[in-house]
Design a protein around this ligand. Sequence first.
Ligand code: ADP
Length: 404
Amino acid sequence: MGEHILTINAGSSSLKFALFTAGALDSVAVGMIDGLGTNPHFVLKDGSGQKIISDPLEGERAIDDHAGAMRLVLDAVAHHYPQAEIAAVGHRIVHGGMAHSAPVLVDEPILSQLSELVPLAPLHQPHNLSGIRAAQTAFPNVPQVACFDTAFHRAHPFVNDTFALPRSFYEEGVRRYGFHGLSYEYVTGKLAEIAPFHAKGRVIICHLGSGASMCAIRNGYSVASTMGFSALDGLPMGTRPGQIDPGVLLYLMDQKGMNAQEISDLLYKSSGLKGLSGISNDMRDLEASDHPHAKQAIDYFVFRVRREIGAMAAVLGGLDAVVFCGGIGENSRLIRECALEAMEWIGIELDLDRNRENTEVISSDRSRVRAFIIRTNEELMIARHTAWQLRAQQASTRRSDVYA
Ligand code: ADP
């Protein structure tokens, strides 16, 4: 079966993975264990999307932590693809801090540097790093590549990188990092293939999933993001509130006696669509519900997306293209329609039929700004970076052999 690249994406309650051929980066397998800590479920599909395993992991098979999930994934890969020789493992790492604006080959100094960033992303970074450790144990001497969600945004101008706090906070790293960078990078590349002229212009990408953010892009480079220091800022999400007046947090501490853990749980687990609707964090449930609170939660979500479209267009000095991606962005006709309704003033004219059919281009032929749906593929982006790093490493080994 030859050389393969394995990608690992360890989230707070899930572990996604994918297997690609190392040369053409053809998809061989893709899978995930979600519901870690609650109702774990394991799914493995082959490269064509055919299900090979769907296992509720009940009873003795239950898995409640990432280390167990990682063992299960590695066993499944070894069992189903015994001839797949793993040439490199690529990891999605949520935080690269100030130092990393590109993927890196992992070594001990890099690992300890990334460990120092745990306080900046306590819910994700520890799982990301334990994923690296587990893969190092399973595949000793195989290169591990860290691909950062923050890297795509590191060239932000100062005004989009800072808060108006005393200067020392900026110097120590309290900055607007921005996230979902691997998704934005993939989508930006895809846009350059399907609409090269627009991709060179002023673009807003709306990554709308359980986690949601938007990115303003000029000539392929991120200039602003709705997410900031953490993945809490900006748009409302499944269970996160998005932008919130910090005065609310002071009120919760002073008047309600809430401690940091309680506030963290409130912000990460019980706010957003779930908190506002009191029904569900899943947009599909809200769209299907006729409860007025479900409608209000959708209205709030759409309001924030529209507001950011206006704000980002102002930052970009105009607009050439809008792109939707993520579970909601790729699938919800309703949200796209509400987000782009009556936007002719900015140059967007939605074609309702195209939008209903989920086609790649959803703006009308008359629309000055083109609107697209692009299915994101963070796993493939990780695999590409990993393959590039692998080739660079092999080339440098060959060079040192020649000059030795
Ligand atoms: P994650 O941030 O976990 O990667 P996804 O990008 O997979 O999230 O998006 C998950 C969300 O997409 C779900 O919570 C659901 O609300 C939404 N979604 C998926 N399909 C549809 C659909 N057909 N209509 C509306 N929302 C959808």
